[in-house]
Ligand binder design. Sequence first.
Ligand SMILES: Nc1ncnc2c1ncn2[C@@H]1O[C@H](COP(=O)(O)OP(=O)(O)OP(=O)(O)O)[C@@H](O)[C@H]1O
Ligand SMILES: [Mg+2]
Length: 408
Amino acid sequence: MKRSNFQILSSLIGFVGDMKWIVIMAILMGVAGFMAAILIPVLGGYGILKILANESWQPILWTMVFGAFMRGVLRYAEQASNHYIAFKLLAHIRDVIFRKLRALAPAKLETKEKGNLISLITSDVELLEVFYAHTISPVCIAFLVSLICVLWQGSLHFSLALLALIAYGTIGGLLPYFLSKSTMSAGRSYREKSAMINAKMLEGVRGIQDLLQFGSANVYKEDLIDKTRGHAKEEKKIKQQMGLGLSMSNALILFFSVLMFLWSYWLYQNGFVSYEALLISPLLQISSFGPVIALSNLGTGLAPTLGAGNRLLDLLEEEAVVEEVKTGTKPSFDRLEVDGVDFGYGKDLVLQDFSLKIPQGKVLGIRGASGCGKSTLLKLLMRFWDVERGKILVDGKKIQTIQTSALR
Ligand SMILES: Nc1ncnc2c1ncn2[C@@H]1O[C@H](COP(=O)(O)OP(=O)(O)OP(=O)(O)O)[C@@H](O)[C@H]1O
Ligand SMILES: [Mg+2]
């Protein structure tokens, strides 16, 4: 199913649930950490001003040292809480997936490609780590830190705030937006191709005897190589986009830093701002790009994650063929009766008006041509599927009322 990126993101955020307080903690520590990092060069600027004014600069130096120390502590705390959330959630999501698989099994799993499922359980879930550890809080941190810096610039001169806003918006907003547009589809098809290769590999291993028997090993190999090449091509495309994004964001940072300097110089020359603003404004600008750089790198890293999220949601929305009965009766199983049963997987019936009585203690053979429905009958007895017409009774009770685990 196709979902918009927004739908995928909000569903993934839904998993955070009770851990939102840890997310908020991580965000606050991240903001404080980045502010500490920004303060160091800016305080250096103020220190120079103090020296020029022949005032005492030592307190500023000690504040800088303290800021540098706190920067490390806060960054560690932020990363630790983000990863705590991420891995707790991954464990939880794996649990949800397995519970879902149990509910879907065995009817749905017979038809679903197993390679798909394996990549879902392993690499797709792993990819979500990017989202929980490296997406939610960086976005909020970038927003808050940029807001603080814009306000700070505004306290020097409103036009400086405007320029800063444009700079952050371009590097943290517009650039990732346009980059992700092109990488998003590549990311999706990359995930799909990975899954296809997984499925193909498993198919080949499971069917190795048939492949050899029918002399199709080469055909299989060519196909596998072909798929792998396509996969590599997709990866190359993604990596190229990432490189392009990185160089563009670096160029933009330089551009805006120089622009900020020139503009504050012009303001200073024309008497709109003090000498302080001339020094502090560019320093603040240059040192405050950290959080938005993290965002612009996100645009490309997020694409495969969204692909994985989409596949995960597909699985979770899949409906089981039979509801498991958890609280039904547990019979003693002394007789089994199939009464006028119709059943088919599609529109063609496999069993039609089929009846059978099996008393306790009797050994019974079921005979028939291949494909006549012997295995199907057994699957119906275990209620992997429900019959379309007629009924299956154990001790005279419909199997839909019997606790599924006891029945099986
Ligand atoms: N999951 C499924 N989805 C769709 N069709 C199915 C499915 N499983 C079996 N069938 C079809 O239902 C029919 C009955 O299959 P079934 O496996 O019950 O036959 P069988 O009597 O056990 O055959 P065999 O002797 O080869 O084991 C076959 O035509 C088969 O192709
Ligand atoms: Mg069979």
